[in-house]
Write a protein that binds this ligand. Structure first.
Ligand code: 5AD
Ligand code: SF4
Length: 439
C-alpha cells in the first residue's frame, strides 16, 4: 500500500490557476497525496503563483518566509513553487529561497509527480510540445456543481503592460474531442455549470471534426450535453468577439448573460500605447452589437489606471467610457511595471495621482455595480445552489447574471437550479424567495 501523504495547495491569482491547482492535486493524488487545509499537517506545500502585478509576486516571498519555521521543524517537508512566478523567475527562486525544493512552470506541471518522486531540488520551466492535460489523470476531486475547464492557454496579443505572453507563452488551444470528453465527465459527476477558461478564451481555435473550431462552435456543441445547464467563458479580448460568438449570446439559452470583456482604458492615446489595437469607439460599438444580441447581458471589464503617460484627460476619457457602457462589475488596478514588458521602460505616473484616479474610478464602478444589482429586485431569476447559507435553512448560489443570491429553502440541495424572485439587494448579494421547486 502506498503511504498517505498530505498536500497543502495555495492558489494565487486567476481562475486558470484555480483549475491548474486542482489538476496538480489530482496528479499528485495518483502518487498517494491527499489534500489538507492545514498547512502544519502537510508533507508537501505547493504554492501556485501569479506574476501579473508586483504585489501578487511579492506574496510568494512573504509566504516562503513563513514556511521557513515549518520546514525547520519538519525537514522532510517538500515545498514546490508553480505558476507564473515559477515560469518568470525559475532557478532564481531556488537561489533566493532555500526552503524551496521544486520550481515548476505552468506548461510543465504534468511532470510534477515525477519531479517529486525523483527528490532533490529542481526546476522545470520548459514549454513542451505535448498536451500536458493529456498526460494527467481523469478529473475526479470535484467540489460542487460548478467547474472550470481550460480550453486555451497563452496569449499572442502582447499588451505593453502584460507578462502573460511571456509566462504562459503563445496561444495554444486544446482539441475539441478532449474538451467534450472532459465536459461530459464533469457533468456525469454532477457539474451543471462550466466556465471555459483561457487567457484569451475567445481566440480559441481548436482541432475539431471537419477542421478548426472557434469558441462559438465549441459552445454550441457543449450546449447539447444533457444536464449541462449553464456555460460561461472568460477572459476575452474585444478584437476576438467574432459575429458567430455574439450571435451565440442571442440564441444559446445555456450561455449565461454575463460577459467579462476587458477594455483597460477609454483613451485612444493610451489604448494605442498599450498596444490594445482598438479604439474606445470600436469597443462601444462592439458593446452595442452584443447588447443587440442579448439585451439583458451584464458586462464586466478590467481597467488599469496610471499607465505611463496617462494624463487627466485620458483618465476622464476612461470615466466617460464607463458612464457610456454602464458595467455590472469591474476590476481596476493601479499600473504595476513588470520587468521585461515594453511599458516598464517608460516613466510611471506619480503614485499619489494614480491612487486618486483609482479611487475615483472605483467609486464610479461601485455605483454602477450596485445599480445593476438593485435593478434585479422584483425580477425572476434562476439560481444554481452552490452551498448552504450562513442562516438556518438558507441556500446560496449564483443567478444567471452571476449575482450571489440567498434563498430561504430548508429542503434545498447543492446543485439544484431554482426559479427565484429577487426581493432585496444588499452589498454584494441579493435576497430571493423560492418560486418553484421543480426546474
Ligand atoms: N499592472 C496592472 N494591471 C495589470 N493587468 C495586467 N497587467 C497589469 C500590470 N502590469 C490587469 C489587466 C488585466 C488583468 C488580468 O490584470 O487589467 O486585464
Ligand atoms: Fe495580457 Fe490579456 Fe493583453 Fe494577452 S490580451 S497580453 S493576457 S492583457
Amino acid at each position: 500500500m502506498t503511504e498517505v501523504k498530505k498536500l497543502f495547495v495555495k492558489t494565487y491569482g486567476c481562475q486558470m490557476n484555480v483549475y491548474d491547482s486542482e489538476r496538480m492535486a489530482e496528479a499528485l493524488g495518483a502518487k498517494g497525496y491527499v489534500t489538507t487545509d492545514v498547512v502544519e499537517e502537510a508533507d508537501m506545500v505547493l504554492l501556485n503563483t501569479c506574476h501579473i502585478r508586483e504585489k501578487a509576486s511579492e506574496k510568494l516571498y512573504s509566504d516562503l518566509g513563513r514556511l521557513r519555521g515549518l520546514k525547520a521543524a519538519k525537514p522532510g517537508l517538500k515545498v514546490g513553487v508553480a505558476g507564473c512566478v515559477a515560469q518568470a523567475e525559475g532557478a532564481e527562486i531556488l537561489r533566493r529561497s532555500p526552503v524551496v525544493d521544486l520550481v515548476v512552470g505552468p506548461q510543465a506541471y504534468h511532470r510534477l509527480p515525477a519531479m517529486v518522486e525523483a527528490g532533490g531540488r529542481m526546476v522545470d520551466t520548459d514549454f513542451p510540445v505535448e498536451d500536458k492535460f493529456g498526460q494527467l489523470p481523469e478529473r475526479k476531486s470535484l467540489r460542487g456543481p460548478t467547474a472550470f475547464l481550460t480550453v486555451q492557454e497563452g496569449c499572442d496579443k502582447f499588451c505593453a503592460f502584460c507578462v502573460v505572453p511571456y509566462t504562459r507563452g503563445s496561444e495554444v488551444s486544446r482539441p475539441v474531442a478532449r474538451l467534450l470528453d472532459e465536459a461530459r465527465g464533469l457533468v456525469a459527476q454532477g457539474v451543471r455549470e462550466i466556465t471555459l477558461l483561457g487567457q484569451n478564451v475567445n481566440a480559441y481555435h481548436g482541432e475539431g471534426p471537419g477542421g478548426v473550431w472557434g469558441l462559438a462552435r465549441l459552445l454550441r456543441e457543449l450546449a447539447t450535453i444533457d444536464g449541462l445547464a449553464r456555460l460561461r467563458y472568460t477572459t476575452s479580448h474585444p478584437n476576438d468577439m467574432e459575429d458567430d460568438l455574439i450571435a451565440a449570446h442571442g440564441d444559446l439559452p445555456q450561455l449565461m448573460p454575463y460577459l467579462h470583456l476587458p477594455v483597460q482604458s477609454g483613451s485612444d492615446r493610451i489604448l494605442k500605447s498599450m498596444n490594445r489595437k482598438h479604439t474606445a469607439e470600436q469597443y462601444l460599438r462592439l458593446i452595442d452589437r452584443i447588447r443587440a444580441a442579448r439585451p439583458d447581458i451584464l458586462l464586466s471589464s478590467d481597467f488599469i489606471v496610471g499607465f505611463p503617460g496617462e494624463t487627466d484627460a485620458d483618465h476622464q476619457a476612461t470615466l466617460d467610457l464607463i458612464r457610456a457602457v454602464g458595467f455590472g462589475a469591474a476590476f481596476s488596478f493601479k499600473y504595476s511595471a513588470r520587468p521585461g514588458t515594453p511599458a516598464a521602460e517608460k516613466a510611471p505616473v506619480a503614485a499619489d495621482i494614480a491612487d486618486a484616479r483609482l479611487q475615483e474610478l472605483q467609486t464610479l464602478i461601485t455605483a454602477q455595480q450596485r445599480a445593476a444589482q438593485d435593478a434585479m429586485v422584483g425580477r425572476e431569476v434562476q439560481v444554481l445552489y452552490e452551498k448552504p447559507g450562513r442562516r438556518d435553512g438558507q441556500m446560496v448560489g449564483k443567478s444567471d447574471h452571476q449575482h450571489a443570491v440567498h434563498v430561504l429553502h430548508p429542503e434545498g440541495q447543492v446543485g439544484q437550479l431554482m426559479r427565484v424572485r429577487i426581493t432585496g439587494s444588499v452589498t454584494n448579494s441579493l435576497a430571493g424567495e423560492l418560486l418553484s421547486t421543480t426546474l
